[in-house]
Every structure is written in C-alpha cells, then in structure tokens.
Design a protein around this ligand. Structure first.
Ligand code: G3P
Length: 225
C-alpha cells in the first residue's frame, strides 16, 4: 500500500448491497485516477471477486479474515480464499468484528499473502499491535464510529497524536466520523498516514462528490509537503 491512503469501509450498508458496490467502486476509481491518491474499498466477502476484477484501479480490501487453517471450517473466511478472490489487504479486529487473538489473525493473513490493516481502539492497543507486524494500524474510537456527531479529528486530536507516536513508525490511519476536509487536514497535520471512512461516504447523497472533497484534501496536503 502507498501512503497517504483513503479507504472506504462499505460495511453492509443497504446502499452497497448488490450492484451498488460496483457503482461505488467505479467512483473510487475515478477519484484515484483524477487525483493520484491511493484509494481502497473494503467490501463484503461476496463482492471481493467482482470489485477486484471490474475495478482493478483501486485496492480491494476484505473486511475480515479468520485465523483458521484450510480444512473442516464452515462459514470461515479463509485468508487464502480472500487472496484468490482478489483482495490485496484485509482489515483485522475492526470494532464491529473484534477478535480474540489479534496476532494469530495477522500472521495467518500475511502467510496467505495479504497485507493487513489492524484496527485499534486506543493508543495502548496501537502500541501492542505495532509489534505484531501489520502493514498499517487504524485507530478508531468505537464511540465515534457511524455517529452523526463529532469526528475523531474534532473530538480526539490528542489521541491521534498519541497513536501516531505509539505506532512506532507503522503507518497510522484514523477513522470514526470522518466527513469533512477539515477532518482530513487535522489528522494529516497530526501525522496520520491515511483514513478509514464508512458512513460519511456510503450514506452521502452524492458519494462521488464527497470522495473528491476528502481525497482532494489529502492531495492538497501531500502537495504542500
Ligand atoms: O472502518 C471505518 C469505520 O468504522 C468508520 O465508520 O461511519 O464513522 O466513517 P464511520
């Protein structure tokens, strides 16, 4: 993954059930082509193959993979299958899909050839997870996810700074309530290497327009560097 990166986590919102995910992926492809910023889309396991083959310009993410080995597992999301379907990266330990043994999940995903973004809810978790060898860490305070309220950039700027420090050089992404250019600029100024966004984009009246705004803020910041 190149940084800074903008990742939309489509979750299971109704807007992206069925063909909606392809339309959203196409918007992400336009934005990354026009602005030259790396863009990813975390999709349902059932959409990985379609999105990665129809929209190769973006990075297709799995929203989770399991730590099991191939064999007698029913319903498990095998990392090798996610890779085979076209996922390049997987989220691990998202607040909405926390796992017991984070290191085992990271190790199995990497053994299957996937890159890993591990999700953390505090600087303390960031510090521990940074020792597990993820490709990036996403700091997301669970209480601010999906809310109509303040974003992580507005509510917890000091925690973003602490998490960047705690990541000890592992790229630190931020998420939770990100929906404005100001949210993007504040986090980048604090040292963030990217973003994980869901409702702000997926539920927007015009997701593509908002993508241009948010990713455009990343481009503008990168050009000033
Ligand atoms: O994975 C990103 C997600 O948890 C953030 O959600 O809706 O606050 O952008 P949201």
């Amino acid at each position: 993954m190149d940084y800074p990166i903008f990742i939309t986590n489509a979750k299971t919102y109704p807007q992206i059930t069925g063909d909606g995910i392809i339309a959203l992926a196409m918007s992400h492809a336009k934005v990354t082509r026009d602005l030259g910023v790396t863009v990813g889309l975390a999709v349902s396991p059932f959409a990985i193959a379609s999105v990665s083959s129809i929209v190769p310009e973006i990075i297709t993410f799995a929203q989770h993979t399991d730590a099991c080995e191939a064999g007698r597992n029913t319903g498990a999301q095998l990392p090798e299958s996610a890779k085979w379907a076209g996922a390049e990266v997987t989220l691990i330990n998202h607040s909405e899909h926390r796992v017991e043994n984070v290191k085992a999940h990271i190790d199995r995903a990497k053994a299957a050839g996937l890159q890993v973004v591990v999700c953390a809810e505090s600087p303390a978790e960031v510090e521990v997870f940074a020792t597990y060898g993820p490709d990036a860490i996403a700091y997301e305070p669970a209480d601010l996810i999906g809310g109509e309220g303040k974003s992580v950039s507005e509510a917890k700027p000091e925690i973003i700074a602490q998490s960047v420090e705690a990541a000890s050089g592992v790229p630190l992404l931020v998420g939770a309530g990100i929906k404005t250019e100001a949210d993007i600029k504040v986090a980048l100024e604090l040292g963030a290497s990217g973003f994980l966004v869901a409702s702000g984009v997926v539920k927007a009246d015009d997701p593509e327009a908002l993508l241009y705004e948010l990713v455009g803020a990343i481009r503008q910041f990168a050009m000033q560097e």
